[in-house]
Design a protein. Structure first.
Length: 98
């Protein structure tokens, strides 16, 4: 007996927003996807059924490497890698006195 297993394929990962302690990532939906896992440098795995995730509690002005993996029914598809950075603190010394 032959079984055909659809392996979902993921493409692209982009940073869509950031603060000093968080980044928002998004990716294109993969056909056959049930959920996605997202991991990064030293951080916990995040699981999502959505095609975006907000990662919080990050360090200020830091670039992270993220891996997004797609999971189908009883099969793991491919992973994509992207980098995203948190924002710097504003330079308060340049603000005028009121």
């Amino acid at each position: 007996m032959l079984f055909i297993v659809e392996v979902p394929m993921l493409s692209g990962c982009n940073q869509t927003d950031s603060t000093t302690t968080s980044v928002t990532l998004s990716w294109q939906p993969a056909a056959g996807a049930v959920f996605y896992t997202l991991s990064y440098d030293g951080g916990p795995h995040v699981t999502s059924r959505e095609t975006s995730a907000v990662i919080t509690n990050l360090n200020i002005d830091t670039t992270y490497t993220f891996n997004v993996t797609v999971h189908g029914r009883n099969v793991t598809g491919n992973s994509v890698t992207c980098q995203a950075s948190t924002c710097k603190l504003p330079n308060l010394s340049v603000l005028p006195f009121l």
